[in-house]
Design a protein around this ligand. Structure first.
Ligand SMILES: [Zn+2]
Length: 126
């Protein structure tokens, strides 16, 4: 490779080492960390990520408490219906969650526990 030149990390064409924008593929070369697909957009700051985790946790805990309330306050038929609804809602929550992976896995974990508890709760009823 010629001195003062480098390969574009996106299209692999030879470009000036000082280039901040690839002349071949127009990629922004200032961004050194490449974000793997599926990650939150890079412009998101750390507070935003933490905020999303908190929101995710709040949703998960609210769902958990809401279902606990239903389990202890409804008849068996209603209870199993509510249980299915809650589990469905929980899965929808995971699907629509756009925050970092850690927040998603926390919600998924709570959903699993929730479904476990529901199954146990239902099997206790004679
Ligand atoms: Zn390029």
């Amino acid at each position: 490779m010629e001195a003062g030149k480098k390969n574009c990390s996106y299209c692999a064409e030879v470009i000036m080492a000082e280039a901040i924008l690839c002349k071949h593929c127009q990629s922004d070369l200032r961004q050194k960390i490449r974000i793997p697909p599926g990650w939150p957009i890079p412009s998101e700051n750390k507070m935003g990520r933490v905020g999303k985790i908190v929101v995710g946790l709040t949703v998960a805990i609210t769902l958990y408490l809401a279902v606990g309330f239903y389990v202890s306050n409804t008849s068996q038929d209603k209870e199993s219906m509510q249980a299915r609804e809650a589990a469905e809602q929980c899965r929808e929550e995971i699907d629509s969650y756009s925050g970092p992976a850690v927040g998603k896995s926390i919600i998924a974990e709570v959903c699993r526990k929730l479904e476990d508890d529901l199954r146990k709760g239902l099997s206790r009823v004679p």
